[in-house]
Write a protein that binds this ligand. Sequence first.
Ligand code: SF4
Length: 539
Amino acid sequence: MPPRSKRGEGQWALGYREPLNKNEENKKNDDGLNVGRRIVDIYSKGGFDSIDPADLRGRMRWYGLYTQRKPGIEGGKTGILEDEELDDKYFMMRVRIDGGQLSVAQLRTLADISNTYARGTADITDRQNIQYHWIAVEDVPAIWDALEAVGLDTMEACGDTPRVIIGCPLAGVAEDEIIDATPQVHDVHQRYIGTKEFSNLPRKWKSAFSGCTSHCTVHEINDVALVGVVNDQGEAGYQVFVGGGLSTNPMFAKHLGVFVKPEQAHEVWKGCISIFRDYGYRRLRHRARIKFLMADWGPAKFREILEKEYLGFSLPDGPAPAAPVGRRDHVGIRPQKDGNYYVGFAPKVGRVNGDILHKIADIAERYGSDRLRTTAEQKMVVLDIPLEKTEAIADELEAIDLQVRPSEFRRQTMACTGIEYCKLAIVETKARAADMIDELEKRLPTFDQPLTININGCPNSCARVQVADIGFKGQLVVDENGDQVEGFQIHLGGQVGASFGKKVRGLKTTSKDLTDYVERVVLKFEEQRTEGETFAQWV
Ligand code: SF4
């Protein structure tokens, strides 16, 4: 039997240049980056109805713009109604914040945009972006001007492109850091983001660069990740992971076994994304992520193609990174290597708003910091606080419900956008999660074990359903009266990089019973766990 790829997976490198589906056709017809000019010159003047449908539900994404779901359309209509019926005349807009790095001025601009153009909405995503809703196309040029004035943009924040590069929020300041990846994040951004070299990929390309020991960028579930290691000469550099991703076919990234010097990092990143562009599967959209190519090739072949066809030189062998140290978030008050402290705080499931962002900026400035960070866990961190001021700033943040010492439930619950705005959603997520956190804090005030709870509105797993201790995947379920209602399939015992949560046959809950379900599981866990046993081990 010939290998499956011979049947034509739409791989450019094998000569399949003709588009094999509508998405590929759209991308061939016109580069996604070209829509930027049309937004400014035509659509912002003509309004929503003037937008070419191929741009509206395709190329606008190249600038971080998705149409949002019309309010009030229930989950049962997802996948049934046509896009035109589901579309509101407003957009969700993602601002990319590479490495999660923000200044006070940048945060103030993000806050102003939220209040002026986005009805006060602002969510911190689990890829360190800020996401707005209710954006009218007429306002997009003014938003871009405001962002550009402070060095931010929405370029390739969505679409089949190299999206935001995530990085450790403590890059450059963490006490036990292996390497500060900030120069490499900036280097890759400057060289390759917004270039036509990589604006037509088979699908999205998620990157991470990190050098902290807690592996907070969750490299295992990125398409490509460069992770700080020290080689046997004592030099700091990177190991390369490729092919991680969740969604409907979860896979953990595999490392190539190489050692990459910091100055080579951009070339290696470029080589990996070029392999994806050229060899990535384009025939079927649901197989068009690099994890499927990695599953077929394996890391040894990937490395060989990378070295021979793209780099033109061999990389030395390198070590795997050590296991993560401590918790993977950066919540709480901890020392930096320069003697100052960082203060990590937790809004509820990443939801903030324009006024809160202004208050955060004011607080940071008052305490002498000009460095704020978003995290890959929907949280934020303020850097450079002198020890004697840490308690006072923590109190001020907590006074506006940004918890520096959060309950386990607040600290480790994430939720995706869900039915409030997402056209693919089947169920409500953010508000449901916020209610659950409030309720569990009341019912189980002393619970203190690490426990991740990730709530997703559909099988796409934007909030990582398969790698949570308790993962909820939105779907319709049948309640005790035999009615179809919003609910979740439950995955238990997932851990990033170690195991995917187990789907127990038939284990589901209605949305209404979600909190009761978590409470029952947590009580059983507390009752039965042995000393030191984690939730994943107990399950
Ligand atoms: Fe939308 Fe589904 Fe992603 Fe949630 S997981 S944001 S519902 S696509």
